[in-house]
Design a protein around this ligand. Structure first.
Ligand code: GTP
Ligand code: MG
Length: 370
């Protein structure tokens, strides 16, 4: 892989062109003598404007097939606030023959007092279901510059004279981590564009960390089970996780519901009164109501700001898909809503819960994480 960097946007990796303003990689005038930023990156960085481009899976697969060999070290970046979406076969299936280092990023979002060894053990246990070649797990925060030097030393330890690929779902923080690595090395490179919108990086971006080691930032994969796919652009701010997630606990009696913004309705249908702890992004309001009122409340507040945001195509309660969960073991549970957060509680045999979700958003019921 030898891309002449002057021909590519240093922010997103797209091939530069000055023919069509509506296509990716547009610049007013090409200039081979300097590194350039395309219009989409410029507008994203300076005006927080977003031009939607969804890269499909075939494109991602072609990049891998054309470039990655079994000798390359793979760094799988996952989002600690969304472990179960970002750590599964969606991405790992492409790297069955590679050595994999897992970087569990966005540590700053999880309570400080959560034991890091516990986090690592949880991540390792999930990863072991999908790969036999996990070299280890590093917990990082690119935002807080946490464990960036540890990541760098692991890259030097494992690169084996071959390119190192940074892969993962879109928005887990791959490009942010590379920028943090560049900063920590005081490498005077232009920074890669980062944003909370899907598919910020559009093509491979090669960064030379030293004369021996090149790191390749890859475009992220989209996973259809995540909530982000069903939000309007203007509502993405509700799920942009900037600060430590404050948990919110409700003592619920049976036949009570809690709306998570206007995105999900969690209803406790059967069981004795107990605490349910909600881990959702701070800007998402939670609203408790009686189950019997929940449909009416949702349907009559469509026009105001009580239950917002709403997912695409969910204007009325009947537009949700509903799922019943019956607890069959006494233990602490998480009900995880992919790309949104989770609800923790002590499960008792016979507890009955109903989840109303937008179609295609995936949920997982499993033993509690925190
Ligand atoms: N709270 C927090 N946010 C982070 C961290 N790292 C990245 N982010 C944010 O996550 C969002 C996505 O970051 P990117 O670096 O663009 O993610 P990416 O994986 O490169 O995304 P694609 O290029 O779309 O594949 C941005 O809003 C970042 O500011 C982190 O350590 N903590
Ligand atoms: Mg990126």
């Amino acid at each position: 892989m030898n891309k002449d960097i002057n021909q590519y946007c240093y922010g997103c990796g797209a091939k530069l062109q000055s023919d069509d303003i509506n296509e990716i990689g547009y610049v007013k005038k090409l200039n081979n003598d300097e590194m350039m930023l395309c219009l989409r990156c410029y507008r994203s960085i300076h005006h927080h404007e977003y031009k939607k481009i969804n890269l499909d899976r075939a494109y991602f697969e072609k990049l891998i097939n054309d470039n990655v060999t079994r000798k390359n070290l793979i760094i799988l970046v996952i989002d600690l606030f969304d472990i179960n979406s970002s750590l599964n076969d969606e991405v790992l299936k492409y790297f069955k023959n590679n050595q994999i280092l897992i970087v569990a990023n966005k540590r700053d979002l999880i309570l400080k007092n959560v034991n890091e060894r516990k986090i690592i053990a949880y991540v390792k246990k999930i990863a072991a279901q999908y790969s036999d070649n996990i070299l280890g797990v590093i917990v990082t925060s690119s935002q807080k510059k946490y464990h960036i030097d540890e990541l760098l030393s692991k890259i030097y330890e494992y690169h084996n004279q071959h390119h190192v690929y940074m892969v993962g779902l879109s928005n887990v923080g791959k490009s942010s981590l590379i920028n943090a690595l560049l900063n920590s090395q005081s490498i005077n490179e232009q920074l890669i564009t980062v944003s909370n919108y899907p598919n910020t990086t559009l093509d491979m971006i090669e960064i030379a960390l030293s004369k021996d080691v090149s790191l390749i930032d890859m475009p992220g994969l989209l996973y259809s089970g995540q909530m982000i796919n069903y939000l309007k652009n203007e509502d993405l701010k509700f799920i942009e996780t900037k600060k430590e997630i404050k948990s919110r606990t409700y003592q619920l009696m049976s036949m009570q519901s809690v709306f998570i913004g206007g995105l999900v309705c969690f209803s406790y249908l059967k069981g004795s009164q107990k605490g349910f702890t909600f881990f959702f992004n701070n800007p998402l309001m939670l609203h408790r109501t009686k189950y019997e009122n929940s449909i009416n409340l949702f349907d009559t507040h469509e026009e105001d700001d009580l239950l917002i945001p709403r997912a695409l195509n969910v204007n009325f309660f009947a537009d949700f898909v509903t799922n019943t969960i019956i607890i069959d073991e006494e233990k602490k549970y998480d009900i995880i809503i992919c790309g949104l957060g989770w609800i923790s509680f002590n499960g008792h045999i016979g507890d009955e819960i109903m989840l109303a979700l937008p179609a295609h958003v995936k949920y997982i019921v499993k033993e509690a994480f925190i």
